[in-house]
Design a protein around this ligand. Structure first.
Ligand code: NAD
Length: 381
């Protein structure tokens, strides 16, 4: 099959869905690879590097769409890109079908198959294709780098001839994939790191990474809001009050807050209120990874960096993976390549689009002219 990646057209998007390395791997599966000229430039991959990897460079996005059987992309397609899709073709990209209903209908009308990388089920077998986790991992790491870049002091404590420097104190709220990556980056920079999550199972992971789990003064279940299946549910009002009380105590003492708390399918819970920001020290930094869904901090402005009157920097960037475009492209293209690998079981360049396969079925949102979203429940959890 012919597989190709166009240049991303979303403003500021620097990632690319096909790297020279992943193209080499796809060719080993019997496929031929194509790239739109310049598509990899912002991620550090030149046309020349693609050509050396055996990839054909094509001028222009529409020509690329016309030339290939599989279009691989990072961002959901624009309306114009959907219009270029045709029957028998397959698009693999983030798609967010629940939020993009009209786009989904447009895609269905073309007769093309769409595989949404954000719909890959989070089961062990599909971890190699879990692009959401790949990107969350980068987001968490990069959040700490953004915080460090906007913080006027060291993370680690030092005793120097010029005086003693105390270590920075970092609080990570939410210890899912992004939160754990943030904890790892923060502790390795030497900060004293605290973390909180509503899911009890993460306490051990947090401590094993060198951070301190924040326990609440709460008479009920210590972690209220923890659900089965690994995801959080909304906390009870009493638990939320206990959580806010604890955060209010911590706020004046924290230099950096990295917030990542999310509940699937809902707006981000507001956990860092205006009065907490006001009680923080001048020079403190908040990086709100939940900004896309409204923010965990009451004062976050999506895609902006603001500085409050009391000198607290609040960062609401939603493009953290794109800010590490080389790494993000490498991981994302590997996730996509693994998906194509599962669609090419005989490694002979022949696609076997097996809708009986749980992972392929769940991630497919349109198939041969039919909308196949939402998917049926997984057969194997
Ligand atoms: P997420 O990005 O949806 O949420 C981030 C974190 O915020 C979660 O840990 C959640 O518990 C926490 N949270 C929600 N409300 C909170 C609150 N009020 N206060 C504090 N924290 C709050 O999470 P994620 O990174 O997508 O991971 C969620 C789950 O999915 C985890 O159990 C993870 O292990 C699991 N997971 C499994 C796989 C796999 O098996 N392939 C891959 C990725 C994630």
């Amino acid at each position: 099959m012919k597989i190709g990646a166009p240049k991303e057209i979303y403003e500021g998007e620097a990632r690319v869905a096909l790297t020279p390395d992943s193209a080499v791997q796809l060719q080993k599966l019997g496929h031929t690879c194509f790239i739109q000229s310049g598509a990899g430039m912002l991620a550090g991959f030149t046309d020349d590097a693609y050509q050396k990897a055996g990839v054909t460079v094509i001028e222009g996005a529409q020509a690329l769409f016309e030339a290939v059987d599989f279009v691989v992309k990072v961002r959901p397609p624009t309306e114009a890109e959907v219009a270029w899709l045709k029957k028998g073709q397959t698009l693999i990209s983030f798609f967010y079908p629940a939020q993009n209903k009209e786009l989904l209908e447009e895609a269905q009308k073309t007769g093309a198959n769409v595989i949404a990388m954000d719909m890959v089920p989070r089961i062990s077998r599909a971890q190699k294709m879990d692009a959401l986790s790949s990107m969350a991992n980068i987001g968490g790491y990069r959040a700490v780098i953004e915080a460090a870049n906007n913080f006027g002091r060291f993370f680690t404590g030092q005793v120097t001839a010029a005086g003693k420097v105390p270590p920075a104190k970092v609080l990570v709220i939410g210890a899912g994939v992004a939160g754990l990556a943030a904890i790892g980056a923060s502790t390795s920079l030497g900060a004293i790191t605290y973390a909180f999550d509503v899911r009890p199972e993460v306490a051990e992971q947090i401590t094993s990474m060198g951070a301190e789990f924040v326990y609440l003064d709460f008479a009920g279940e210590q972690q209220d809001g923890a659900a089965t299946g690994g995801y959080a549910t909304p906390s009870s009002p009493e638990f939320r009050e206990a959580q806010l009380k604890k955060f209010r105590e911590l706020a004046p003492d924290m230099d950096i807050v990295i917030s990542t708390a999310l509940i699937p399918g809902r707006d981000a819970p507001v956990l860092w209120t205006k009065d907490m920001v006001e009680s923080m020290k001048r020079g403190s930094v908040i990086v709100d990874l939940a900004a896309e869904r409204g923010g965990n901090c009451e004062l976050t402005v999506k895609d902006q960096k603001i500085v409050t009157d009391n000198g607290v920097t609040i960062i609401g960037y939603t493009d953290l993976p794109s800010r590490m475009a080389t790494q993000a492209s490498q991981l994302y293209s590997t996730n996509v390549r693994q998906m194509v690998g599962d669609l090419t079981p005989a490694k002979d360049g022949v696609i076997n689009y097996n809708m009986e396969d749980d992972v392929i079925r769940t991630a497919t949102v349109t198939h041969e002219g039919t909308i196949t979203f939402p998917p049926p429940p997984l057969k194997i959890q």
